[in-house]
Design a protein around this ligand. Structure first.
Ligand SMILES: Nc1ncnc2c1ncn2[C@@H]1O[C@H](COP(=O)(O)OP(=O)(O)OP(=O)(O)O)[C@@H](O)[C@H]1O
Length: 740
């Protein structure tokens, strides 16, 4: 396929029935005849056509058009944004301006057809022209997205995200339904999509618009963890978003339900509105967990007491009463939940359960929701542990980015026992996918701490299951002597009970350093991490210490802390390569975190003797090399895995000298430093502090204002999530549908 750009100078023929058009397309070089189905073409329009040259018997050479893309001729701004975006090697902001000052709307034509003319611009020589032409060609489709969308205020970075999502169909998809942007692209809100829609001519009161607004409001609510919204709340949210009357919204909610885009469930006279996958997941989890829990077992003809004693002797340990109950329940139940705070013996219990089953020839599989948590589980059990996604053999559907799990009810996981740790992090969709892949007769053991932050995704799965009292739950509440010596463990429990903390005991592991101004907190943290902690605790400032902040913005938010810490922990040096990307500098040696799951990201070790795929949300690594020519950044994870990121993939990594507490869920660090300062009320909460503190294994240092610490401990108001799993589980019980 070839491509030509130009302006339509004449329309010779147009068949109004089938859109077949013959036109002249002119550019700086020449004028050609184009033919094909182009029903909307008009004279004066700038377009790019894709197709092939044919030789017509009578009319000679013609370009047969396969598809054409309009280029907005007036979007000088778009051309500027594109040229200065950094996507075109060799052009910066100033150069972009000089080129556009010289060539105006013909700029792209010139680059495409007579690039040598670029040399007329001051500062451009033969080499630069070649560079420009090369990256211009490489970025062809992306260019169209930038030119089309930047007049709506969408930055090149977002255009890149949009392009990555929709590829060559980007413009077509947006023109058809701009609201898709708001649900598909993180960071693009309904307002921008709506702005595009109104420019395209979509009516404010059209059902399409109102329907999209309602779906958007529901999608947004997932971000706050809700699996559904009560109808009256959904109407309120939608009215605010769409600026239309409630009656129209109500009507459109019914239409969406008829079209099976949403599901409305009636509960105690209230209407609960679900997006379909969440409705199916909530019902599915409820049904499946009840089914699995009803299973009767007679396959372990063993003396459990004796089996436990064997393991106790091997491990030189005496299990506490509740740990023994947990092991017994695990043997006899289809589903059991084992829950408890830090130091209450969950790991010891899991390990005993594994041993008893394995001593009796049962196959046990281990899984956890994140890569880090799975790694820890593998370390403490000395047995392979997978992420739940891997256990379910996740893959992608052909030709789409849709996640698929190969393990499901038709091809379930083959195991006698599945043990899942850190279940507080599992959302309703993942739990559904997990449970549907577990066959009747496989025991399921769910382990977690329900006082941790709930899952990032929708639902309150672990807490709902525990609170429903429908599934067997064993609560471990004894803090073992060894654990009691740790103020981290003791204070974590005190936080949970809303009690004041033991701070600054000599020789202990939990400190509070009082500083009131943000500046003092910042300087204290830098001093601690850069000098005092490494010196007095013999820890590595990069690898062993993790700073955890509650928010992203502000002086003591993650973004600012990272840029301040970078100045001390990884200073610029003459031979240390660095590159500026918008508002951050990436430098060799920087500590970075992968911020989304990328199951297919390839890694290999240094001598390429080992390789694999999969880098997960929360994985921490170090920038190992930056290749400015290849435009690649290489990051080293787990000391051996080298992963290459193209410049346009760098939104997958963030600096991680400091990370959010939310991102730290499921990870552990030797030393944790936490700024304690003002934050929005929902972030000054008990379970956020609890989650942060329980990430530390050796030392916790809090720096800030004790009033906020006290406030956090007192504030046990967790943000309520609309989730109906607990109610549904209970309904089964009340209606006598449980067998035991
Ligand atoms: N029955 C027991 N008797 C004595 N010590 C125990 C017993 N069970 C566990 N411990 C000890 O208590 C400490 C905490 O146990 P474990 O690591 O199993 O708890 P946990 O709930 O997994 O903690 P965390 O969530 O902090 O990892 C460990 O040092 C462990 O050896």
């Amino acid at each position: 396929m070839e491509r030509i750009e130009g302006m339509v100078s004449d329309i010779v023929f147009k068949n109004e029935d089938n859109g077949y058009t013959i036109a002249h397309l002119a550019n700086e070089k020449d004028e050609v005849v184009i033919v094909g189905c182009m029903p909307t073409l008009s004279v004066g329009e700038s377009i790019e056509v894709e197709g092939k040259w044919i030789n017509h018997k009578i009319y000679g050479a013609q370009f047969e058009v396969n598809q054409f893309i309009p280029i907005t001729p007036s979007s000088l701004e778009g051309i500027y944004v594109y040229l200065s975006s950094g996507m075109i090697h060799g052009i910066g902001e100033k150069m972009a301006k000089r080129i556009i000052d010289k060539f105006g709307v013909n700029t792209l034509d010139i680059i495409q057809s007579t690039p040598e003319r670029l040399e007329e611009v001051e500062g451009i020589g033969d080499r630069k022209v070649k560079q420009i032409v090369k990256s211009y060609e490489e970025n062809r489709e992306l260019r169209n997205v930038i030119i089309e969308l930047s007049p709506y205020g969408i930055t090149p970075n977002y255009c890149l995200k949009i392009y990555k999502k929709y590829k060559s169909k980007a413009i077509e998809i947006i023109n058809k339904n701009p609201y898709k942007l708001a649900s598909d692209i993180r960071g693009i809100g309904f307002k921008i999509a709506d702005d595009i829609a109104s420019k395209i001519g979509i009516d404010k009161y059209s059902k399409d618009r109102v329907g999209q607004g309602i779906l958007f409001a529901l999608n947004q609510s997932l971000g706050s963890g809700h699996t559904y919204l009560p109808k009256n709340i959904l109407i309120q949210d939608s009215v605010k978003l769409l600026e239309v009357e409630p009656g129209i919204v109500d009507e459109c909610i019914m239409d969406l339900a008829y079209d099976q885009k949403i599901h409305i469930e009636k509960m105690n006279g209230e209407h609960l509105v679900y997006l379909i996958p969440y409705y199916m997941a909530e019902n599915g989890v409820c049904k499946q967990i009840i089914k699995l829990s009803q299973c009767e077992f007679d396959d372990l003809n063993i003396d459990i007491e004796k089996e436990i004693r064997i393991v106790e002797n091997e491990e030189n340990i005496k299990l506490a009463q509740n740990q023994i109950i947990a092991v017994k329940e695990a043997m006899n139940s289809g589903v059991v939940v084992v829950t408890g705070g830090p130091g209450t013996g969950k790991t010891t219990t899991i390990n005993t359960i594994i041993k008893v089953f394995e001593n009796n020839d049962k196959e046990v599989l281990l899984a956890a929701p994140t890569g880090r948590a799975a790694k820890r589980m593998a370390e403490t059990s000395s047995k392979e542990a997978k992420t739940i996604h891997r256990l379910l053999e996740m893959g992608y559907a052909t030709d789409s980015e849709e996640l698929l799990f190969l393990k499901n009810e038709e091809d379930p996981i083959k195991a006698d026992v599945v043990i899942v740790d850190e279940v507080s992090m599992v959302d309703i969709l993942l739990m559904y996918n997990l449970l549907r892949a577990i066959k009747h007769g496989t025991r399921v053991i769910l382990v977690g701490d329900s006082d941790q932050l709930p899952s990032v995704g929708a639902g309150n799965v672990l807490k709902d299951i525990i609170d429903s009292n429908v599934i067997n739950v064993v609560r471990l509440n004894e803090i073992f002597r060894q654990a009691q010596e740790s103020m981290i463990v003791v204070n974590a429990h005190r936080i949970n009970h809303g009690e004041p903390l033991f701070l600054n005991s000599k020789g202990k592991d939990f400190f509070f350093l009082k500083k009131t101004s943000n500046e003092d907190v910042l300087n204290e943290i830098i001093g601690l991490v850069n000098e005092r902690l490494p010196k007095f605790y013999n820890v590595d400032k990069m690898k062993d210490i993790q700073i955890l902040a509650s928010m992203r913005k502000g002086d003591l938010g993650v973004t600012n802390l990272n840029s301040e810490l970078q100045k001390y922990l990884n200073k610029p040096e003459k031979f240390k390569v660095e590159e500026k990307f918008q508002n951050r500098i990436l430098r060799v040696g920087d500590k970075v975190m992968q911020v989304k799951n990328n199951y297919t990201k390839k890694w290999e070790n240094e001598d390429q003797s080992d390789s694999g795929e999969g880098i997960y949300n929360g994985d921490i690594g170090y920038i190992y090399h930056i290749d400015k020519d290849k435009r690649n950044v290489y990051v080293l994870f787990d000391q051996v895995k080298i992963v290459s990121y193209k410049y346009d993939e760098l939104d997958e990594i963030d600096h991680s000298f400091c990370t959010t507490i939310h991102k730290s869920q499921g990870s552990e660090f030797p030393v944790v430093v936490i700024p304690i300062t003002w934050a929005p009320p929902m972030l000054l909460s008990r379970n956020l502090l609890y989650t942060a503190v329980t990430r530390a294994k050796k030392l916790v240092v809090l720096v800030g204002d004790v009033r906020y610490l006290e406030h956090m401990i007192k504030n046990n108001r967790t943000n309520e999530r609309y989730s109906n799993l607990g109610y549904k589980l209970n309904k089964f019980k009340q209606e006598g549908l449980l067998l035991k």
